[in-house]
Design a protein. Structure first.
Length: 324
């Protein structure tokens, strides 16, 4: 097995070199598919999938696939295409005996770290720290608030992806405590519902990390050493803005975008014509930036709704039309 992985690493490094020579200098990015399933694309066009589940992500073929454990909602490798040189790392490769392994895969380094709780055995589950282009991203897998979380503080992580469904992983309140211990620049909620569901805005609203980064399923963000830009958060803006949702009218989903100029306590709430709250799209502290939030009106009746964005002392309200 070790000889096979070493041979694939050589082929993989060669393919990275060819891709880099043919490409410009795009930014690193992350796409979130829901549950714990993410795709990382480096500026050298290296495609990394972690814990594929429930979505067929066939737009890009994988160079690396990471599986934190062998539960069926984390290991659906058939969901992604693989390049001939693709390296698949499972917990059995990443944890050998009691030793957490490190892998140098071309310009990408993968370090396995402890991840376990009452539902996930320490001997068969791992988390991963994926490092590239000066960025260190921690994917926690399905972990509890274990003692080894404190060891991550010294890693100076850029991003921490934390599970918080409250059933098979920790609650969002405990995840908030974990985020404070880890001290990453940005904390992104994942695994917010028990399968087959994949995402819950209500759970995410209870996660109150000071460095909370909300990325909805299907959204992509650009990654940098100092933070995030793109659909999730852009460069620091110069004014407070709440944009008109798009599309409008809509059925059943629409995107609401806003921006604020300073790190703030932010809420984005949707109301019906009678002033009743029907959805909370944001509720927490966010860094300054431009953000987009998806609103799903599948369970609502056609009609006019209002959405209000509050960031610090600033507040703005707009209307939108749901037509079914």
């Amino acid at each position: 097995m070790k000889r096979t992985i070493r041979f694939l690493v050589i082929l993989l490094a060669l393919s990275f070199a060819v891709a880099s020579s043919m490409a410009g200098t795009p930014s690193d990015s992350l796409t979130y598919y829901g549950h714990s399933f993410v795709k990382i694309t480096t500026r050298d066009h290296i495609v990394i999938y972690i814990d594929p589940y429930a979505v067929d992500a066939f737009a890009d073929s994988a160079d690396i696939v990471l599986i934190t454990h062998e539960h069926s909602d984390h290991n659906e490798i058939a969901r992604v295409r693989q390049k001939p040189t693709c390296i698949v790392l499972r917990s059995a490769n990443a944890l050998v005996g009691s030793v957490y392994q490190s892998f140098s895969l071309g310009p990408v380094t993968v370090q396995a770290v402890p991840a376990y709780n009452a539902y996930h055995l320490k001997s068969s589950c791992v988390g991963y720290i994926v490092s590239f282009d000066g960025i260190s991203l921690y994917h926690a897998g399905d972990t509890g608030n274990i003692p080894e979380i404190a060891d991550l503080t010294s890693r100076h992580l850029t991003y921490a992806l934390l599970p918080m469904d409250g059933t098979y992983t920790v609650t969002p309140e405990v995840a908030t405590q974990m985020a404070a211990t880890i001290g990453a620049q940005y904390d992104m909620p994942i695994h917010t519902m028990v399968p087959p569901d994949t995402y819950s805005d209500a759970i995410v609203a209870r996660f109150t990390s000071l460095h909370k980064l909300v990325v909805h399923p299907g959204e992509s963000i650009a990654l940098t050493q100092g933070g995030t830009s793109g659909i999730g958060q852009l460069a620091r803006p110069s004014s407070f803005v709440l944009s008109q949702n798009y599309p409008n009218p809509f059925n059943p989903t629409t995107v609401i975008s806003g921006q604020w100029t300073a790190d703030s306590r932010v809420t984005l709430v949707v109301y019906d014509l009678l002033g009743r709250e029907v959805a909370v799209l944001a509720d927490g502290r966010y860094p300054a930036g431009k953000y987009s939030f998806r609103f799903d009106g599948s369970n609502l009746s056609s009609g006019v709704y209002f959405y209000r964005l509050s960031a610090g002392e600033s507040q703005m309200t707009r209307s939108m039309m749901l037509m079914k």
